[in-house]
Design a protein around this ligand. Sequence first.
Ligand SMILES: *Cc1c(COP(=O)(O)O)cnc(C)c1O
Length: 268
Amino acid sequence: MSGADQRPGEGSADDERGRELAARLTVVRHRVDEATHAAGRSDVPTLIVVTKFHPAEDVVRLAALGVRDVGENRDQEARAKAAETDRLAGALAPVRWHFIGQLQSNKAKYVVRYASAVHSVDRDSLVDALSAAMGREQARRGESGLQERDPLDCLVQVDLDPRPEQDRPSGIGARGGVDPGQVGALADRIAAADGLRLRGVMAVAPLGLDPEPAFARLAELSAALTRTHPDATWISAGMSQDLEQAIAAGATHLRVGTDVLGRRAPVG
Ligand SMILES: *Cc1c(COP(=O)(O)O)cnc(C)c1O
């Protein structure tokens, strides 16, 4: 790269925005290290930087700062951004895309083209759609002489909010996720599906409630899951506001947006 079609400074980490991201990232990484140490853990959780509402140039800047995992919650935005990131930086921005939002089954065919993981698997029909889409994607790659892709990493999203849906404040995670009692069955379906790899569980702490009991419950569900699926060890939990509590409860993957990228209104 560094080819003719890269504008000067575009997406590199040494412009003003790059320095801002570097500073914010340093603070978040420090918080992660402190919380990991405080929890007596030696395994540092993976930081997934949630780049929704922010442009591909920021993904390229983050990649230059060593970020390898980014998260998105809308297919349309993610699809365009993944393509743009590739166009801007190609192999110089080797990021994995984690899909973390509500996913319609008819979008599965797009998601399998760019995502390495889907954290928000919440129903049988989505498992079937993702598996079928993976089959077609591998066939497409074969016909185009491309390498097979890795299996799609899948997590069962769990709904840990004790309140009935109509009593919840609206916001991230207000909907979505299976009841704790349904985790086993959905996990079995993922594990049996061609093209998918069961990785673990994911949750968003109930908005406006203490996150601790929710994360403790998620840890219990994870422990139960790994008794039947020993490799499904991922616990995706913790956002800007509650990453310390999530780390204390054993989170292996954090999804942090605002505290790295700052605020920005949804576009479109
Ligand atoms: C946006 C989002 C995050 C990141 O939240 P912040 O509070 O911005 O850190 C995490 N998880 C999901 C599912 C999200 O949609």
